[in-house]
Ligand binder design. Sequence first.
Ligand code: FES
Length: 155
Amino acid sequence: LSRGYHEKVISHYENPRNVGSLPKGDLDVGTGLVGAPACGDVMKLQIRVDENGVISDVKFKTFGCGSAIASSSYLTERVKGLSLDDAGKIKNTEIAKELCLPPVKLHCSMLAEDAIRSAIRDYRSKRTKTSDSQQASYIDVTQNSTAGQTPLAQA
Ligand code: FES
C-alpha cells in the first residue's frame, strides 16, 4: 500500500481480521461470492447464523486490492453479533467513511456491501429450500393417509 492511506486501512490490510472459510454446505452458513467489474477483484464472505437469526461467526477471503481487503476485514468485525436485517442495511459509504477511502476506491467498499448481501441471500434461500422440502413431505403424508381412508369411507 502506498503512503497516504488511512492508518485504519493499513491496520486491516496488515492484520486482517476473520480471514478463512466456513463449511459452505452447513445449513446455518451463507456464502457470498462477488466480483468487482471495474477491476476483476473477488471477495468471498461467509456468515454463520444462530437460532435467533444473529450472525455468530464471519469469515472472508479477498483476492483484491488493499482497500478491498481492509473493507472486508472491517465488515466482518462490524456484522458479528448483528441480526440479518441490520447487517443487510450496512452501506458501502459507511465502510468507506470509516476507512477514509478516497473516491477512486469507493468500489472496493461496494464489493464488501455486495458480499454481505449475497451471503444473507444465500443463507435465506437455503432456509427457504429446507422449509419447502419439509412442507412437501408433510403434504405427501397427508395425501397418503387420505388415499388410505378412501376405501374405508366407501365400505
Ligand atoms: Fe478493485 Fe479495490 S481496486 S476492489
